[in-house]
Write a protein that binds this ligand. Structure first.
Ligand code: GLY
Length: 371
């Protein structure tokens, strides 16, 4: 069974295919987009060892040849040196304006290869083949590409929509449990931000999805991608509504900075904790009932996910230190922080009207629970 979600962006429209066995069919799906039967693949060493032969065979089945560049895995790859290396490698491969680049990996590779494609010869088309849950439900869809700067995450980049996205749910089987659950942080975010029924469905089905139920996995990825496609098609360049996708991210980015973008906290883990904090803040401000953060935290606990600040090992800055890290966020406008808060599960909204004392109180209490 394969699901297809269309991202209706006029001349930049594309389809996202979601299902098992898509690597084997990749050649047939990509061939209609090609002017000549060759592609350049950017991947990482972990994904290459596990899945590059399957991709090569899938492409060869449609007569497409490929060259591949495998970069080191990890967030540090989203940097100028690896961007330079990627662009120069693509030029060495004689990738022309009408050729196709393939981003084959998780969010790091998708963002980096997409940005390399965006700037190569002033823009070459690319296909996203996301291999992590996080990349399948979030970063491969919507056209955000880029690298990190010493000053912060994702500060250098471009909007460059892919021409096709192939989310092969078989590939999720090789993820560690921790990586799968980190990606799940982005899945639950969609229910929280705009679809109460989806959140309820996840309460009933997410454990099966986590333990390998393929139909549940496909359903969870498809609903997430559909919600992202709907939002991106209305607000491609984040002038407004797209910021809802950042639910939990202002807290998350501060926690990631505080933990040095290390294994202490994966991005999706920070998103889950950040969503719980955003709902706690919403409840304290009287915007939603206290039951909503409790219900969210119960679900995250049921999934055996990091839920609270005390799930993060090691020291953290105090509340003011965390707020200072939030102020580095690229969503700061006129010196004011933007938050995504909620009137209830499935009812998120954007605001910069959060009293600092209330934010301090929420963080102080969350940090005190660590003691
Ligand atoms: N990951 C948030 C966005 O694509 O807008």
């Amino acid at each position: 069974m394969t699901e297809i979600v269309h991202v209706p962006l006029g001349s930049r429209a594309y389809d996202v295919h979601i299902g098992a066995g898509l690597l084997a069919r990749s050649g047939a799906l990509i061939a209609p987009l090609l002017k000549r039967p060759r592609v350049a693949v950017i991947t990482d060493e972990t994904v290459a060892a596990l899945h590059l032969d399957s991709l090569r065979a899938g492409l060869a089945a449609a007569g497409i040849t490929m060259e591949a560049l495998a970069l080191p895995p990890g967030e540090a790859t989203k940097s100028w040196p690896h961007l330079t290396r990627s662009v120069e490698w693509l030029l060495e491969q004689k990738v022309e304006r009408n050729d196709m680049v393939i981003a084959f990996g998780g969010g790091v590779i998708g963002d980096l290869a997409g940005f390399a494609a965006a700037i190569l010869r002033r823009g070459v088309r690319f296909v996203q083949i996301p291999t992590s849950l996080l990349a399948q439900v979030d970063s491969s869809v919507g056209g955000k590409t880029g690298i990190n700067a010493p000053q912060g995450k994702n500060l250098i980049g471009a909007f460059h929509q892919p021409s096709l996205v192939l989310a092969d749910t078989d590939v999720l089987g090789t993820l560690t449990e921790r990586d799968f659950l980190a990606g799940y942080g982005e899945v639950v975010k969609y229910g929280l931000l705009g679809d109460y029924n989806f959140f309820q469905w996840l309460e009933d089905n997410a454990l099966s999805a986590a333990s390998g139920d393929m139909a549940a996995r496909i359903a969870a990825v498809t609903r997430s991608v559909q919600m992202k496609a709907d939002i991106v098609s209305r607000d491609e360049t984040e002038q407004g509504e797209r910021a809802l996708l950042n639910l939990g991210h202002t807290f998350c980015h501060a926690l990631e900075a505080a933990t040095g973008y290390s294994d202490r906290l994966l991005h999706g883990e920070g998103v889950a904790i950040g969503c719980a904090l955003a709902f706690e803040l919403s409840a304290r401000l009287g915007l939603c009932s206290q039951e909503d953060p409790s219900r969210l935290r119960a679900h995250l606990r049921q999934m055996k996910m990091k839920t609270d600040l005390f799930d993060i090992e090691g020291d953290l800055p105090n509340a003011d230190g965390l707020i200072a890290l939030m102020s580095q966020d690229k969503k700061v406008a006129d010196g004011k922080l933007t938050f995504i808060l909620a009137h209830g599960i499935g009812q998120a909204f954007i605001t910069s009207d959060v009293p600092r004392e209330m934010l301090q109180a929420v963080l102080r209490d969350a940090l005190a629970a660590r003691d």
